[in-house]
Ligand binder design. Sequence first.
Ligand code: ADP
Ligand code: MG
Length: 336
Amino acid sequence: MIIACPCALVLATPMSVMVATGKGATFGVLFMDAESIETMRLVDTLVVDITGTLTEGRPQLTDVITVNGWSEEELLSVAAGLERNSEHPLAEAIVSGAEDRGFEPVKSEYFESHTGRGVSGKISGQQILLGNKRLLQSFGVSSDDLERKVENLRAEGKTAMYVAIGAKAAGILSVSDPIKETSAEAIDKLHQAGIRIVMLTGDNQGTANAVADKLGIDDFVAEVMPADKARAVKELQEKGKVVAMAGDGINDAPALAQAQVGIAMGTGTDVAMESARVTLVKGDLRGIVRAALLSKATMRNIKQNLFFAFIYNAMGVPIAAGVLYPVFGLLLSPMI
Ligand code: ADP
Ligand code: MG
């Protein structure tokens, strides 16, 4: 009995690690090392990126608003011409949006990408800007004509981008990325597990507010430049929080590495998965709840194993040495 009991439990330790890794497809959680299994149960704050993490990561062009006499076709053809050069998910949405409406992209003569702000270029000798307010400001172009319309789109949770042609506002393009069906449930369960959720996004305050409201997110930081995501995680850690960060993009990699537990979406970029120690195979946030529960159960299991292993040794060694021999005539082979 005494022999069988500890053996089974000691064996149970590597098995529970295998449940987390080997059967990744059923749990949807892949742990890359033992340390993250241990740390996961201590996490009190989850930092998430919006695009691809809370949302599907497949934004669609929804609204095209023009000003100063430009037509929808002119605006979209120029925008798509520029965005063909960009790999941003927003760019993809604009290019397919133009195609779906039957508009041909106009070839750009020059193209430049401005991280966290947008893109610029030259088409038919005219300067084209497409991105957020910061981008227009850095080129000295006013966006005053568009402000109210942009706010309305953002209040609906859409990402609104300004278009300027030849140093003047030309219109707005808005893109919407549907929230994953599973996000609301995941957030509810994380809350029940006592985990606070903080959203980080490069998007505008208005859009972030609408998304946070919709999902009941505790806190958010909007207009975060990609390089500042890791710093935002560090600031939370300095306040004593144990932070898990979930993200999918190239931009998220430094923050994933900074967090105590980096969680990559299996549906995201390879860079994110390489920086993270935990991967949600199906990109389903509910996996984080499971990971936290699994971490608690595994640590309990490991402690039980250690307890039984010590008890077994504490009893077995003296018996083998012959403490019970004089009274009961009992001896244990030292091999056992
Ligand atoms: P996130 O990854 O959080 O969505 P980014 O830092 O990639 O944010 O982008 C921040 C903002 O910069 C976007 O919301 C958008 O307004 C603008 N932007 C970035 N890239 C592009 C692009 N290729 N075309 C248009 N706008 C862009
Ligand atoms: Mg992103």
